[in-house]
Ligand binder design. Structure first.
Ligand SMILES: C[S@@+](CC[C@H](N)C(=O)[O-])C[C@H]1O[C@@H](n2cnc3c(N)ncnc32)[C@H](O)[C@@H]1O
Length: 250
């Protein structure tokens, strides 16, 4: 026999109990779209931004700088750092590039703020005129210039594919002919690899939630009808075992 449940029970099923969830369980927003939480002044004062924006501060900062130098980056180049975080790599690039030649964009305004103030000041780089933008939609056209290098270090690893698509289209629009967009990602062995992957670095990745893994073929698909050619560079000694792609702008 069908018996109507009390309205309160039904509402609880649809909306949840309203009780606070344990701190260890991520909300759906955090699970599918992380890095939305703004750092507090206390966290910044305690230096917690370095861990929050990716950890391995020294190692990954230097690694990305040395990687692009190995790819031919010279001080006269113009670099767009997509998902620049708190300038873990940015401080190295800002120190190396000519003043005004570095631009960084990140969706988390507190990371951009702490990178642009605290980290640059600490490194004695306040007068190097980097352009920094807090923006979630990859509106890189707002820098008002073009670039011959672009980098997305540990960004695609946190993005669903439709966000990568927006990033790629917008970055392509500001990439000079002959320019290159380097992007790291966690590699999946097959096109439809739905199981989790335990990487040797200890990171576990997923096909449908953060941190994501992708088969390289999806990037070739996303580049379809854009003036881009995609090349896989492999692991490149990335400290977390990510692989590297380069999109060549024709
Ligand atoms: C693991 S951190 C890497 C930061 C930086 N590339 C580095 O190596 O230090 C990933 C960064 O991507 C940023 N991010 C995530 N989604 C973004 C979006 N839609 N637009 C811009 N940045 C985004 C996060 O806020 C975070 O700072």
């Amino acid at each position: 026999m069908f018996r109507m449940r009390p309205l309160r029970t039904l509402m609880r099923r649809v909306l949840g109990s309203g009780r606070a969830r344990p701190a260890t369980v991520p909300t759906n927003t955090e699970r599918f779209y992380p890095y939305t939480r703004q750092l507090s002044a206390a966290e910044i004062a305690a230096g917690k931004h370095r861990a929050a924006a990716g950890g391995k501060w020294e190692e990954l900062g230097k690694w990305q700088f040395e990687f692009l130098r190995g790819q031919g980056l010279v001080p006269q180049d113009y670099l767009l750092d997509v998902g620049c975080g708190a300038l873990r790599g940015g401080i190295h690039f800002v120190a190396y590039l000519e003043p005004g030649h570095y631009a960084g964009i990140d969706c988390n305004a507190s990371y951009v703020e702490v990178g642009g103030r605290l980290e640059l000041t600490r490194a004695g780089l306040e007068d190097r005129r980097p352009s920094l933008l807090a923006n979630v939609d990859f509106e890189v056209g707002r820098f008002g210039r073009t670039f011959n290098f672009a980098l997305a270090q540990s960004l695609f690893t946190h993005l669903p594919v439709n966000a990568i698509q927006r990033c790629l289209v917008n970055v392509t629009a500001v990439l000079q002919p002959g320019g290159r967009f380097f992007a790291t990602y966690f590699d999946a062995p097959t096109v439809h690899h739905l199981d989790r992957i335990q990487h040797p670095s200890g990171v576990e990745t997923y096909s449908d939630r953060n941190p994501y893994h992708y088969h390289a073929s999806i990037f070739a698909y996303l580049a379809t009808s854009l003036p881009l050619r995609v090349e896989s560079l492999g692991l490149c000694n990335h400290p977390r075992g990510q692989s590297m792609l380069v999109f060549h702008r024709s």
